[in-house]
Each structure stands twice: as structure tokens, then as C-alpha cells.
Design a protein around this ligand. Structure first.
Ligand SMILES: [Zn+2]
Length: 397
């Protein structure tokens, strides 16, 4: 287990260092013996690897008294007192920044509304927020080692850019390049850009201990999704796999901004829901995400107009999941965003009118609520960064 065939010695060492770190990240402080038992490495090998990680400022020893004899126990924990991970989220009406330790503890969190539209103005607000967080981290004696920017828009190309998008209303935009100009401190830092939904999905999938075959469907200010098939996230040939808001489910339906007719978003998107519930004026005083949050609360409170509007929309959500589930055969469907709170009604719609092949005694598809809500993308971004860094721990030194 400690020496997978085909790896040369440097790779084996890196692999084993990553094994030790990954074990501690997943299980918290452990003794050397517990690490050996948990990773399958020998005790001697663990002792040597732990020393390398202590010298590299990744781990420190901590002491606790345990057992009836009150003997002190030495345990190892993630140290990394000088590093920070940054996640930046650009939504249609706000920017948020979360800084955490490598172990995942929150350090700084800031958010600010922006007016949307012009990318330069939105990036000015975002850049100002990031610069402030970096300044506070410096005061704490920490340097940023990884930044992930997640956006509510498709991302593609190399280097990655935001592609022309109807939600943000942007043409192709080099978000990473523009942020580097606005935050000079980040010029030498690893900075990546990702669409928010797959990152949010990753965080929810991680909360379930990883998934082999799953669908993530998120209803927030937009509708998005992500698919995992045989343990592999599906990106597709052009990067837009999982654009579930644009599944054309309604025959002869309304024209969507994307150019198709009858997209899921035209019958279950926030604008369609508010229109059906006669509460469109809410959008004059709050963001689409806040308006959907309020709408969901009204459905939960059994407000007649909101309940009727949701009753019209939810069969189309169920139908979309039925079509998808015949394409990818999932074991788990996770409902994210504000829709998570309405998961029972989505599960009921999904369970209606299923084909025999998918309802036999050996077929189990669970429809469950995501647990992270609007937090999922930021949390997923720092967790993915941590996992990436832990795979090559000495690269940080
Ligand atoms: Zn569409």
C-alpha cells in the first residue's frame, strides 16, 4: 500500500507524505501509531515522514492526558500557522471572500454587494475586498498560498476565463488577470478560476464521504448542477456539462435567454417562481437569491400563492431528474441551494411515474438535501485547494 508499483522513490515519498497529511486532515489529531494504523504505513516510516512534515511547518506535536494512568499522549496535528487559503465568490449581486487555515479553520470572512453589470466595476469591488483580507492576514503573520475564484458563470479556455454569460451579463472576461492587477500582493500566488456549481457540488459530495454516481442539482439565483459517473466528475467536451437549468423539458415552452424553448429555468427559475406567486416586486428591493430564500420560506409556511407556484414548478424539476437519472443512473441525488429546504417535494416529484427498470427491489436512489446551502461554493473552493496542496506538501516550502 505504501509503495504503489510504477512509482519512483521521490514519488513514493511524496505519495506517503500526502497519505499522512490526508489522514490527519480527515480525522483530526492522531498519534503516530494511529497514523500507521490508518494509512497502512509502518510505524518507522510514519516517524520519518512526520519529522519531514514537522520540519516543513505542516505539523506540530500536541499533548493530551488520556487513560486511567494519566499518561501524556503525543499527537500530531496540522500546524501551518503561517499559511492561508483564499476563496473568492463573485455572484450576480455580491462578492464574498473566505480565508481559512490549511486545516480548514476560518480566519477572515468578508462580503460586499456590488451593482452587477460592468465587469470592471464588479472586479473593483471584488479586488478591494480581497486586498483587505490579504492585509488582515498579513497582520496575523500569514501569507496566502492559494486563491480560488468561483463565479456564477461558465468558465473555459486556457488560461481559464469567464465565458460570455447571460447571468452576469459579461462577455469573455479574464477575471484572474484583472484581479492580479487590482491586488499586487497576489502576483506570485497560485490563482485559479472555476465555475461555482461544480465546486459547491464537490463540497456536498465530500460531506457524504465521496460519491461514485451522483447528481447535484442546485436552485439558487440560477439553476445549475454537476454529475459524477463512476467516481469521475463529468465536465464534457466543452465544459458545460451540468448546465441543468437549460435542460429543455417543456415541449413548446417559453423562449429562454439561451435561445432554446422550454428550459427548466423558464418554469422553475427564481423569476418564473416569483411571477407565478405574484411577488415579482420583491426583486426591486432584494437580490434574486434573497428573493428565492423568502419565496422558499413562504412555501414552508404554506402561503397559498407561493405553494401554488411551487406546485406548478416542482413536477418539471422531478421530470428533469428523471431524464437525467435514466442517462447516468445515480445512487444519490443531492438538492442544493435554497431548494435544499424543499427536498421532500422534489423527491416526491422524482418518485412519480418512474419506469419499471428504475424501481425494482435492487434499485435505490436517495434524494437528499445538501447541508451547506449558500456556503457550499466557498467551502468547496478552500477544501479543493487544501486537497490539492496536501497531494504535494513540500511544494509549499
Ligand atoms: Zn435555456
Amino acid at each position: 500500500m505504501s509503495s504503489p508499483s510504477g512509482l519512483v522513490s521521490g514519488d513514493v515519498r511524496r505519495h506517503n507524505l500526502a497519505l499522512v497529511l490526508d489522514h490527519l486532515i480527515r480525522t483530526g489529531p492522531n498519534s503516530r501509531s494511529e497514523i500507521a494504523a490508518g494509512t497502512g504505513l509502518t510505524r518507522g516510516s510514519v516517524t520519518a515522514l512526520v519529522q519531514v512534515l514537522i520540519d516543513a511547518d505542516w505539523l506540530r506535536e500536541s499533548y493530551s492526558v488520556s487513560g486511567s494512568k494519566g499518561r501524556p499522549r503525543t499527537r500530531l496535528e496540522i500546524a501551518s500557522d503561517t499559511h492561508a487559503l483564499l476563496a473568492v465568490q463573485i455572484a450576480s449581486d455580491s462578492a464574498s471572500v473566505l480565508a481559512t487555515t490549511l486545516a480548514g479553520g476560518d480566519l477572515v470572512r468578508l462580503a460586499m454587494d456590488h451593482a452587477g453589470g460592468d465587469p470592471a466595476a464588479v472586479l473593483d469591488v471584488t479586488g478591494g475586498l480581497v486586498a483587505e483580507v490579504v492585509r488582515r492576514l498579513k497582520d496575523m503573520g500569514r501569507r496566502v498560498v492559494d486563491v480560488t475564484v468561483v463565479v456564477l458563470a461558465p468558465v473555459g479556455g486556457s488560461p481559464a476565463r469567464v465565458l460570455a454569460d447571460v447571468t452576469l451579463g459579461w462577455s469573455t472576461t479574464d477575471v484572474v488577470g484583472e484581479l492580479r492587477i487590482r491586488v499586487p500582493d497576489l502576483r506570485a500566488v497560485d490563482l485559479r478560476l472555476s465555475s461555482d456549481t461544480p465546486v459547491a457540488a464537490g463540497a456536498e459530495f465530500r460531506r457524504r464521504g465521496g460519491v461514485e454516481n451522483a447528481i447535484y442539482l442546485k436552485g439558487d439565483s440560477n439553476i445549475g448542477g454537476a454529475l459524477v459517473v463512476n467516481g469521475t466528475p463529468v465536465h464534457g467536451a466543452h465544459g458545460f456539462a451540468g448546465s441543468l437549468g437549460h435542460l429543455a423539458v417543456v415541449p413548446g415552452g417559453e423562449l429562454c435567454a439561451c435561445g432554446q424553448h422550454g428550459c427548466l429555468i423558464t418554469v422553475a427559475g427564481v423569476y418564473a417562481l416569483l411571477r407565478a406567486a405574484q411577488s415579482e416586486p420583491a426583486l426591486e428591493s432584494m437580490s434574486p437569491s434573497a428573493a428565492l430564500d423568502l419565496f422558499v420560506s413562504r412555501v414552508e409556511a404554506e402561503d397559498p400563492l407561493a405553494t401554488a407556484a411551487w406546485g406548478q414548478a416542482v413536477p418539471w424539476i422531478g421530470r428533469s431528474l428523471q431524464i437525467l437519472s435514466m442517462a447516468v443512473d445515480p445512487a444519490t441525488i443531492i438538492i442544493g441551494g435554497h431548494w435544499a429546504r424543499l427536498t421532500p417535494s422534489i423527491a416526491a416529484a422524482f418518485a412519480t411515474d418512474r419506469p419499471k427498470i428504475a424501481t425494482g427491489p435492487d434499485v435505490h436512489v436517495e434524494v437528499v438535501a445538501g447541508v451547506l446551502g449558500a456556503e457550499a461554493a466557498l467551502r468547496g473552493a478552500v477544501e479543493a485547494a487544501r486537497d490539492r496542496i496536501a497531494r504535494d506538501p513540500l511544494a509549499l516550502c
